[in-house]
Design a protein around this ligand. Structure first.
Ligand code: SAH
Ligand code: SF4
Ligand code: F3S
Length: 455
C-alpha cells in the first residue's frame, strides 16, 4: 500500500482475548477489513474502528472486557470532542452470551457481533455509519470461513480452523452456548486453505477446533471420513513439514487417530488432551463421559504408537462437590501421566451452566490452596521435561529472530521455544540443534557445527 493510501484510509484495531479460535477469528476479521480498504492501527487511540474480540470462559475473562470498555469509553468521548468518530464493536463469546445486554451496560458500544456472524461485519459497519446500532448473535447457517478471506500467510506457522462449536455440554462450560453446535468444514475446503498457506511459505499448520478431533466429513473418495483421514490428506502435501491440532477431547481420540500418531511422521509428537480431573466422581459430575482409567488407557495407547509423544492438559480445581480425596485423585493422575505442559484453573461458575447452581460450591481459600499445589507439581513436571532434552540433538523449526541480537528462535517438535546464537539464514529451515540448557519456558541450543568450532 502506498503511503498516501495508508494516510487516507480508515484504520482498525482488534483487541483479542481467549483461545486460539478467537485469535484466528481476529485474523479473519483483519483480513476482511483490509479487503475493504481499512489499514491496521497499532493502538485503539489511532483507530476509527475498535473491535474487542472477547472470551466468556471464566468470570475473570468477561470482567476484563468490561474494564477495557470503560477505558475505551473515555477515548471515544475525547475523540468525539475532537470531531472524530470512533466505532466500538464487541465481538466473540461475550457478545454471543450477553447480546443486547452489553449495550444496556455499555450504551456507547455501537456494534455487537457473535462469533458465527463475523461475515456480517461490513453490513453492520455500514448500518452503524448510517446512524444505527447493530446486534447480530444469530448462529447463521452459512459457512463463515467460506465467506471470509483467508489471512495472508505471515511467517512459517499458521492456524487453520477445521471445526467449530461443541455438542458435549460439560456442566461447567459456556462454549456450547457461545459457539453453537459442532460443525466440520469440508475436507476439500480445508485442503484448499492449507495449500494457500503453504504457497505463502507456511511450513507448520495447527488445525483448530473447540473439539478438533470430533471433525468428520466426506473424505476424498466421498465416503464418510474421520479426523485421522483429514490428517493423512494434509500430511500428503509435500510442502508441509509439521502438523499439529488443538483442542482435542479424550472421547474423540479413537484408535484410528492414535494409529495416525504412529504412522504420520509429520504429525508432531505433542498432544493437548484436557482431562480436567482425576476423580471419577467429579468427571461424572462434570459430564465428561469418561473415567480416569479410560483417559490413562488412551495415553498408554498413544505412547505405544508414538513413544516420544509429550502430553499437555487442562485442569479445573474446586469443581462443586470436589473433596480433598477427589483432589488427591487428580494429583495421582498427574503423577502417573507426567505432563510436559498444562493449564489449570479454579472453577468459575458461569451463568446458564448446570454446575453454577450446584449447592456444594467449594470455598475460595480451598480452591486457591488446591490450585497452588497442583501448579507446583505441574511446574515441576514441565521443568523436568525440558531438562530431559538437554544434551539431545533435536530438529528445530526456526521461525524468526530471537530476543537478543545475533539470536534466532524456533520450536522443537514438542513445542518448546528454542533460542540459539546463529545466522539469520537459519530462519525458514528445520535444522538439528543441540540443546545446551533448559529453563521453565524455553531452551538454549547450539548448532553442532558451533560445537565443533568451540571444542
Ligand atoms: N474443548 C476443550 C476445552 C475448551 S475450554 C475440552 O473439552 O477440553 C478451555 C479450558 O477452560 C477447559 O479445558 C477447562 O479446563 C477451562 N474451563 C472451562 N470452563 C471453565 C469454568 N467454568 N471454570 C474454570 N475453568 C473452565
Ligand atoms: Fe466445553 Fe466440554 Fe465442549 Fe470442551 S468439550 S468446549 S469443556 S463443553
Ligand atoms: Fe473463550 Fe470463546 Fe474461546 S469463551 S476460550 S474465546 S471459545
Amino acid at each position: 500500500m502506498t503511503e498516501a493510501a495508508t494516510r487516507n484510509s480508515r484504520r482498525f484495531c482488534i483487541l483479542t482475548w481467549g483461545c486460539q479460535m478467537n485469535a484466528h477469528d481476529s485474523d479473519r476479521m483483519a483480513a476482511l477489513l483490509a479487503s475493504l480498504g481499512f489499514a491496521r492501527a497499532e493502538a485503539p487511540a489511532e483507530a476509527d474502528v475498535v473491535i474487542l474480540n472477547t472470551c466468556h470462559i471464566r468470570e475473570h475473562a468477561t470482567e476484563k472486557v468490561f474494564s477495557e470498555l470503560g477505558r475505551l469509553r473515555r477515548l471515544k468521548r475525547e475523540r468525539a470532542a475532537a470531531g472524530q468518530r470512533m466505532i466500538l464493536a464487541v465481538a466473540g463469546c461475550v457478545a454471543q452470551a450477553e447480546g443486547e445486554m452489553i449495550r444496556e451496560r455499555a450504551p456507547y458500544v455501537d456494534l455487537v457481533l457473535g462469533p458465527q456472524a463475523l461475515q456480517r461485519l461490513p453490513a453492520m459497519l455500514a448500518a452503524v455509519e448510517n446512524g444505527g446500532a447493530a446486534v447480530e448473535t444469530e448462529f447463521l447457517t452459512e459457512e463463515k470461513f467460506d465467506l471470509l478471506p483467508l489471512p495472508e500467510a505471515n511467517g512459517l506457522t499458521a492456524f487453520l480452523t477445521v471445526q467449530e462449536g461443541c455438542d458435549k455440554f460439560c456442566h461447567f462450560c459456556v462454549v456450547p452456548y457461545t459457539r453453537g453446535a459442532e460443525r466440520s468444514r469440508d475436507l476439500a475446503a480445508v485442503v484448499a486453505d492449507a495449500r494457500a498457506l503453504l504457497r505463502g511459505g507456511v511450513r507448520e499448520i495447527t488445525l483448530l477446533g473447540q473439539n478438533v478431533n470430533a471433525w468428520h466429513g466426506a473424505g476424498e473418495d466421498g465416503r464418510p471420513a474421520r479426523f485421522a483421514s483429514l490428517l493423512a490428506a494434509l500430511c500428503a502435501l509435500p510442502e508441509l513439514w509439521r502438523l499439529r491440532y488443538t483442542t482435542s477431547h479424550p472421547r474423540d481420540l479413537d484408535d484410528a487417530l492414535i494409529a495416525a500418531h504412529g504412522s504420520l511422521p509429520k504429525l508432531m509428537p505433542y498432544l493437548h488432551l484436557p482431562v480436567q480431573s482425576g476423580s471419577d466422581r467429579i468427571l461424572g459430575a462434570m459430564g465428561r463421559k469418561h473415567t480416569a482409567a479410560e483417559y490413562l488407557r488412551r495415553v498408554q495407547k498413544l505412547r505405544r504408537a508414538r513413544p516420544d509423544i509429550a502430553l499437555s492438559s487442562d485442569f479445573i480445581v474446586g469443581y462443586p462437590g470436589e473433596t480433598a480425596q477427589d483432589f488427591a485423585a487428580t494429583m495421582a493422575l498427574v503423577r502417573e501421566v507426567e505432563f510436559a505442559q498444562a493449564y489449570s484453573f479454579k472453577y468459575s461458575p458461569r451463568p446458564g451452566t448446570p454446575a453454577a447452581s450446584a449447592p456444594e460450591q467449594v470455598e475460595a481459600a480451598e480452591k486457591d490452596a488446591r490450585l497452588q499445589e497442583l501448579q507446583a507439581l505441574l511446574g515441576e513436571q514441565q521443568r523436568a521435561f525440558n531438562r530431559a532434552t538437554v544434551g539431545c540433538a533435536v530438529p528445530v523449526l526456526f521461525t524468526g529472530p530471537g530476543r537478543h541480537a545475533g539470536q534466532v528462535s524456533g520450536r522443537t517438535p514438542w513445542l518448546q521455544a528454542v533460542h540459539l546464537q546463529g545466522p539469520e539464514s537459519l530462519i525458514g529451515t528445520e535444522t538439528v540443534a543441540r540443546i545446551t540448557a533448559a529453563g521453565a519456558n524455553s531452551l538454549a541450543a547450539t548448532l553442532p557445527a558451533q560445537e565443533r568450532a568451540s571444542a
